[in-house]
Design a protein. Structure first.
Length: 191
C-alpha cells in the first residue's frame, strides 16, 4: 500500500472495519439544497475505486434534488473505536449500465420497494405504502423487476480525503489527501 494513495488506504481501513464494525458501509452523505440549507443522512456505500465512491437512491428524493442544484457532496465514515474518513468532491451520475447491474443484485423486496416508495414525499399512512407494494408485486408477478427510470446512483469524485485516527490524549492523527490534477498531495493537519 502506498502512503500516497488514498484509495489504497481507504480500502485497507474499510476491509478492517468490515470485519469489526456493523454496517461499515454506512456513510453520512451531506448535501446543500437549492436554498443553501445543508442536510445529512446515512446512505450505504455500494462500491468504490480510483474514480470515486458510489451510492444509489431514488432520483426524486430530497438528496437527489439537492445534488441536481449543487452537485457537490461530503461523505463521512466512522468506524469505532478510532477511525473517521471524510471525503469531499463533485458528484456525477453512474451509468445506466452500472445502475442496472447493481439493481439486478438487490433482493426482490428491495427492488419492489424502489418502485413503491415515492422517497421523501409525504406518506398519509403505512397502509398507503403497503397498497403500493401490493400493486407493484402484482405488476411484476412472475417476472424480473426492472430498474425504475427514477432510480439510479451517484459517484462522489473526491477532491479531498481526510483520515482521522483517535488518540487518547486528543492529539489525533489527521492525514489529508488533496487532488492536484491526476495526482494526490498528502499533508498532516493539527488535531
Amino acid at each position: 500500500m502506498s502512503a500516497d494513495d488514498p484509495f489504497a488506504l481507504f480500502a485497507t481501513l474499510y476491509e478492517r472495519a468490515s470485519h469489526e464494525a456493523p454496517e461499515a458501509d454506512a456513510m453520512v452523505l451531506s448535501t446543500v439544497d437549492p436554498d443553501g440549507r445543508p442536510s445529512a443522512r446515512y446512505v450505504l456505500l455500494k462500491g468504490f475505486d480510483a474514480r470515486g465512491f458510489v451510492f444509489y437512491t431514488n432520483l426524486e428524493s430530497r438528496k437527489a434534488r439537492a445534488l441536481a442544484s449543487h452537485p457537490d457532496a461530503a461523505l463521512t465514515f466512522y468506524w469505532p473505536p478510532h477511525t473517521q474518513v471524510r471525503i469531499e468532491g463533485r458528484v456525477e451520475p453512474v451509468t445506466d449500465a452500472e445502475a442496472d447491474a447493481y439493481f439486478a443484485t438487490r433482493p426482490r423486496g428491495s427492488q419492489i420497494g424502489a418502485w413503491a416508495s415515492a422517497q421523501s414525499a409525504a406518506l398519509a399512512s403505512r397502509a398507503q405504502l403497503d397498497e403500493r407494494i401490493q400493486e407493484i408485486e402484482a405488476r411484476f408477478a412472475g417476472t424480473v423487476v426492472p430498474r425504475p427510470p427514477f432510480w439510479s446512483g451517484y459517484r462522489v469524485l473526491p477532491s479531498s480525503i481526510e483520515f482521522w485516527t483517535r488518540d487518547a490524549s486528543r492529539l489525533h492523527a489527521r492525514v489529508l489527501f488533496e487532488r492536484a490534477g491526476p495526482e494526490w498531495t498528502r499533508s498532516l493537519l493539527f488535531p
